[in-house]
Design a protein around this ligand. Structure first.
Ligand SMILES: [Zn+2]
Length: 436
């Protein structure tokens, strides 16, 4: 194409004769077939596509906002709590806090899809403190079953700072991405639960029983970026990390974070602080050595952001976890209720299993109490209840299927405390799974 003799060509679309000065006058030109598209037509097509995409996006937002409307209706705080009450005994305050946090999370999502702008609703991440076996994980597992949004649990103690051996913090987002069936948009509105969060407290915290390694402050710094809202990049599962590996990008700005842990020793931190403030009004001398008077529960309900800082959580992280939720230790009576009351209570589960073998399974009150006592002795709370029963039930579950005869199996107190054999008797009628 000589510069001084501009050629002319007809646009295959608008049929105009175009004088071609450079390739931008006729960006598409196939000399062989003569097919050509002029710049005006290309611009028109481009605007047409843009307009279309804008409409699709708007419709998508409208649909989403509408679906959220019904989600909000179904997930009012009192309804979430009622659902959790079926499975979790006690922990009323924790249930309320989580119910409100989830409801507000949906509200924020809806607000994000509305175009009016205005007041920005900030995220309210939650930190949960509760002794092991108080039902933290169970609470969140049941909550996740109720939710329409993806939910993923990651063990914070398994995370390491980039460069250390172990899982990078991005793994938490990657787990959520897979819980969202690899849908990035869904991932960006999900909930991440970081369990064992106390295990990443730094060593310089006042609590000496924590043996944190130097990587822990780095993990907290990396998590902070995620909590603040950042673009997180990770490779697909099973994909080796190398510079050319394709990555998935997820913005964490709208992800709700719930972190939880036993925070062993935080009661000491709280007690010390209370001692200091009491010292000023003359109670100081009395408290030393009488710490047992203030129970763990009484102390932990008074936890402040300052205590968490002393424990070894960096202040910036604490600032991103505005809602502090403490759980109660479960006593013998509470464990007794957990054994029998929830719809999925261990006793009910074994009764159902045994009913399939034509067996009516009975637990003496003393047996259940002994199970609860054992769990308290082990300091494992509700977590070990099922295991204790499983131990006793093993022989029964092994021997019973030898015959199809309807029978009644009674677990006595001695079965739990002395390893005695359960009582087995033949009965006339086949039991229903509901029999207690
Ligand atoms: Zn044209």
């Amino acid at each position: 194409m000589a510069k001084n003799t501009p050629v002319q060509h007809v646009c295959s679309f608008c049929k105009r004769l175009i004088t071609i000065h450079d390739q931008y006058d006729m960006p598409i030109l196939d000399p062989q077939s003569g097919f050509a598209i002029c710049r005006n037509c290309i611009k028109d097509i481009y605007h047409f596509i843009e307009e279309h995409d804008r409409h699709v996006e708007e419709d998508h937002k409208k649909d989403f906002a509408a679906s959220l409307e019904s989600t909000l209706e179904k997930n009012k705080p009192h309804l979430i709590k009622e659902y959790l009450d079926q499975y979790i005994i006690h922990q009323d305050r924790a249930k309320k806090i989580l119910a409100v946090a989830v409801y507000n999370h949906y509200k924020r999502m809806k607000h994000g899809y509305e175009t009016d702008g205005g007041t920005e609703i900030e995220k309210s991440n939650v930190i949960m403190l509760g002794p092991s076996g108080c039902g933290k994980t169970a609470l969140l597992q049941h909550l996740s079953k109720l939710l329409d949004i993806p939910f993923a649990v990651t063990d914070a103690s398994s995370l390491t700072e980039a460069g250390f051996v172990g899982a990078d913090v991005e793994v938490a987002v990657r787990n959520l991405y897979y819980a969202a069936d690899k849908d990035v948009e869904k991932t960006e509105h999900g909930i991440i639960y970081l369990d064992e969060f106390d295990k990443i407290a730094r060593k310089s915290g006042e609590n000496n029983s924590i043996t944190a390694d130097p990587g822990h402050e780095g993990v907290q710094q990396a998590l902070l970026k995620m909590l603040e809202g950042s673009q997180v990049e990770f490779t697909a599962r099973g994909q080796r990390k190398h510079p050319e590996a394709p990555t998935i990008k997820v913005n964490t700005q709208n992800i709700l974070f719930i972190v939880g842990g036993a925070f062993v020793g935080i009661d000491d931190v709280i007690a010390k602080r209370l001692q200091k403030s009491n010292a000023n009004i003359g109670f100081g001398a009395k408290v030393e050595g009488e710490k047992d008077k203030a129970t763990f529960d009484e102390l932990i309900h008074q936890v402040t952001p300052e205590d968490l800082m002393k424990y070894g959580i960096i202040p910036e992280i604490i600032g991103r976890l505005p809602i502090i939720c403490t759980l109660e230790t479960l006593d013998e009576n509470a464990l007794l209720r957990i054994l029998t009351e929830p719809v999925n209570a261990p006793v009910r589960q074994y009764q159902k299993l045994m009913a399939m073998d034509h067996v009516e399974l009975k637990f003496e009150e003393g047996a259940l109490r002994a199970v609860a006592k054992k769990a308290i002795e082990r300091k494992t709370g509700a977590r070990s209840l099922k295991g204790i029963i499983e131990d006793v039930m093993l022989d029964v579950m092994f021997e019973i299927p030898r015959s199809d005869e309807p029978r009644r199996v009674t677990i006595t107190e001695a079965c739990i405390t002395k390893g005695a054999q359960p009582e087995i008797e033949t009965i006339e009628e086949e039991p229903t799974s509901q029999s207690a």
